[in-house]
Design a protein around this ligand. Structure first.
Ligand SMILES: Cc1ncc(C[n+]2csc(CCOP(=O)(O)OP(=O)(O)O)c2C)c(N)n1
Ligand SMILES: [Mg+2]
Length: 796
């Protein structure tokens, strides 16, 4: 044995790795399996448990990937590669990073505890440089396809400087993840965009959470991948089995296993040698070659042979991975056993199974690990620690320091003349982008827009006409060439700055997630803008949450919104999106009524998307034409618009009423306010540009106050100060009324909240506002009720 492993270069692809490397990898595979199992055991059985709750962790799911991940991280991956790890294989990931010295023992001991290694790999919460968070199955997988598109986008535009190496975007996925429809949506979208350098490695253990996967399913899956332009490489049987197949009557054994139903194969895996022997004797006992095998192998040997699948056979894995050339997207279907090497291997109920202390003691013994050596990186391995240490240090993945990239900020020197003529906010958005598109600025260069087949109807058309559509291949605009008149110019090239997607909203959010992480992933900053119909945010909601959870930065434009979209009917009218805007972490939501507010918010958004403590921004816009206020946007007003609220008409001191509105219902609020002035001359009219930001700021203020900082005040609290202590607030929004009803407790005043609480339907604005009670009359009725209720302490 050499004291130091030699690098991979020069080793023929078919060999996968030289013998020294293979020995190191086999030793590390054992260690990784041990550490992951121990980490989970420690969290469940050793660490004090204060609440009696099962801590959990997935020993079986982890073991399923121990060989594949060892091969990848210690041999194959390069620093520029980016990986989405199967969520429940998180312990394997953390164990590998621990061996690299990129994760601490304390974190492993704290697995699933506060501040410890996360249950599922997390970009923002883990310290060991997770590339893509995972957890909600299917999303991390699809994310890699979009990340590869973004890598090409920034490379083709020359944003990455001195051509850094192109990385592979790798997803390690469970086979049951393929039940998630978003994966197939991504496959189609990836095919359209001709993605490259994407590897999906399916941990084909034929088990999901509840049960064993339907037989023959994978023949279909295979077809789907090939149809969408993927190369498929199947890793089925390990070297030992292949050798036996090559011997006398070996083909019959292969056919037997090939035909073995998934459930039976899993059950026999659990039962072990005796079970295999009984079935083989019954089915093939008369075949001479098989009889000889049954005679040659004892139970343990027979079990090891029959469970020798390629996805857990280091030599086969290396051969498959290192044999791949070219950049076409590649799917590896790797046969594995869930729980391989552990007592519950193959059992259909093993997903959340944990080894009990006795089983763990036996496992520890089999690993050759003494008491107190559990966290030792090399204990129990047959190879000298220095050899393994040198091998780990030399792994290509580990050669660079931090793999998290940084990127310079894009200066936002934005002078936008907001449209002054009557206009909907959606039009104003389109016009502002159109104006930016005409400028030769870094901002214009780094904006990239995307939309799921609603580019034109969300007013991105002007921007696209000026900046073009991105595509790896140049495609002319046939309508234009044929001189067919159209307002849209849709030529495609690598210079384009709009990525046109199919309708699938999940893909939009994954695209935004990938674009919005281009700084940490690829070292160059993009300012992504995604536009879709507001109600369909819900279709991609988990993907939006996923993008936010990873701290991707983007501007989301939901337009049109609410029942204001009147004739389009109920299926197109969003009601709860303002609440999504408020409830979603890392997403600042705005609903401006006027173009000058929108211009201020957009400029701020481009800064917020780049700030260390910033986030993404959501604009809920409308197609309703509103007359624009005649005013100058002073710095003070700008600050208030961004804080989320300002007095359109300030109240008189001690006024007993204020009307509070957000967004497209401004004219109704204004009309009601004008009318109420006859009875209540001092009534105020408050515009809310962001219920989200006013709420957050108020909630921070009271938390500070509850901790003794008595001077803590919120913007909204200060704004409402002039009102009489027992004044009433009437709020109105084209969305769920609870968006603004919290203002009552925020200001300790009675609140009457108007909004939409039932599904919308088709109609015109007048009819619908009347029907749902958000027109001027309804506001006046609420004002009357508020005045009548003044001074009465009891609620309804
Ligand atoms: C969107 C979503 N739905 C449900 C779950 C709960 N869940 C976790 S793992 C899993 C299935 C695991 O099967 P597979 O992907 O084959 O992984 P394995 O453990 O077999 O490797 C399920 C349903 C989840 N994490 N995400
Ligand atoms: Mg599975």
């Amino acid at each position: 044995m050499a004291t130091r492993a030699t690098p991979m270069t020069g080793v023929a692809a078919s060999e996968g790795a030289n013998l020294d490397q293979l020995a190191c990898l086999r030793a590390l595979e054992r260690k990784v399996l041990w550490l992951s199992s121990w980490m989970i055991h420690n969290a469940n059985h050793i660490r004090p448990n204060r609440d009696g709750l099962k801590v959990g962790g997935h020993q079986a799911s982890s073991s399923s990937l121990s060989t594949l991940m060892t091969a990848l991280y210690f041999h194959l991956l390069r620093p520029e590669d980016r990986v989405a790890v199967k969520p429940h294989a998180s312990p394997i990931f953390h164990a590998i990073q621990y061996l690299f010295g990129r994760q601490s023992r304390e974190m492993l001991e704290g697995f699933r505890g506060l501040g410890g290694a996360q249950s599922y790999p997390s970009r923002t919460k883990d310290v060991d440089e997770v590339d893509f968070s995972t957890g909600s199955v299917g999303l991390g997988v699809a994310m890699t396809a979009f990340a590869s598109l973004v890598q090409d986008y920034v490379s083709m535009k020359g944003f990455r400087g001195e051509a850094p190496p192109t990385g592979r975007m790798v997803a390690l996925m469970g086979d049951a993840e393929l039940d998630e429809g978003n994966i197939f949506e991504a496959l189609l979208e990836g095919w359209k965009h001709d993605i490259r350098n994407t590897w999906w490695i399916v941990d084909y253990n034929r088990q999901s959470l509840d049960s064993v996967i339907t037989d023959r399913l994978f023949a279909r899956v295979d077809d789907i991948f090939r149809t969408t332009g993927w190369r498929v490489i199947t890793l089925k049987y390990g070297k030992r089995l292949e050798r036996v197949f090559a011997g006398e009557d070996g083909e019959q054994l292969r056919e037997w296993i090939d035909a073995c139903p998934n459930s039976l194969y899993s059950a026999l895996t659990y039962k072990g040698g005796e079970g295999w022997r009984e079935h083989l004797r019954r089915d093939l006992g008369e075949v001479p070659g098989i009889r000889r095998i049954l005679g040659d192998y004892d139970d343990a040997g027979l079990h090891a042979l029959m469970t020798n699948l390629a996805g857990q056979d280091m030599e086969s894995v290396l051969e498959a991975f290192t044999g791949v050339e070219g950049d076409e997207p590649t799917c590896f279907i790797a046969y594995t056993i869930k729980g391989h090497g552990l007592p519950f291997a193959g059992h259909k109920d093993n997903h959340a199974g944990l080894m009990n202390p006795e089983q763990m003691a036996a496992f520890r013994h089999s690993m050759g690990i003494a008491d107190g050596e559990e966290w030792d990186a090399f204990a129990g391995l047959e190879m000298p620690a220095e050899v393994l240490r040198a091998f780990i240090d030399d792994a290509p993945f580990n050669r660079a320091g931090s793999r998290v990239m940084t990127a310079a900020s894009v200066p936002i020197l934005l002078q936008i003349a907001a449209p002054t003529a009557a206009a909907p906010t959606q039009d104003a958005f389109g016009r502002i982008l159109f104006e930016i598109a005409g400028q030769d600025t870094m901002l214009a260069e780094r904006i990239v827009t995307t939309s799921p087949d609603v580019t034109v109807s969300t007013n991105l058309g002007g921007w696209v006409n000026r900046r073009g559509i991105f595509d790896r291949h140049r495609r002319e605009d046939v309508f234009r060439e044929e001189k067919v008149v159209s307002t849209q110019r849709w030529a495609m090239s690598q210079e384009g700055q709009h990525i046109e997607l199919g309708i699938a909203e999940n893909n939009l959010f994954l695209m935004l997630a990938a674009l919005g992480l281009s700084a940490p992933l690829f070292g160059t900053r993009l300012l992504p803008i995604g536009a879709l119909y507001d109600p369909f945010i819900k279709r991609g909601l988990d993907a939006l949450n996923y993008a936010s959870y990873q701290d991707a930065r983007f501007l989301l434009v939901g337009t049109p919104s609410g029942v204001t979209l009147a004739p389009e009917g109920g299926a197109h009218q969003s009601i709860i999106t303002p609440l999504i805007g408020m409830g979603q972490d890392k997403l600042a939501a705005f609903e401006p009524a006027f173009a000058d507010e929108l211009a201020v918010i957009m400029r701020w958004a481009f800064e917020h998307m780049q700030a260390d403590d910033g986030g993404s921004v959501y604009l809920r816009l409308s197609t309703r034409t509103l007359t624009q206020p005649e005013r100058v946007m002073t710095p003070a007003l700008e600050a208030e618009v961004l804080a989320g609220a300002y007095w359109e008409v300030p109240p008189a001191p001690d006024a007993e009423l204020a009307i509070v509105y957000a967004g497209a219902v401004a004219p109704e609020a204004e009309a009601a306010h004008r009318a109420i002035l006859e009875d209540i001359p001092g009534a105020g009219l408050l515009a809310i540009t962001s219920a989200d930001r006013t709420y957050r700021e108020w909630s921070h203020a009271w938390r500070h106050r509850s901790k003794g900082q008595l001077g803590a005040r919120s913007h909204i609290g200060k704004l409402l100060d002039p009102l009489a202590p027992d004044a009433a607030l009437v709020t109105v929004i084209d969305g769920h009324p609870s968006t603004l009803s919290w203002l009552g407790s925020a200001s300790r005043r009675r609140v009457y909240s108007l909004g939409v609480e039932q599904f919308g339907q088709s109609g015109d604005i007048l009819d619908l506002y009347r029907l749902y009670g958000i027109d001027a009359e309804a506001i006046l009725d609420a004002c009357a009720a508020a005045c009548l209720g003044r001074g009465r302490g009891r609620g309804l």
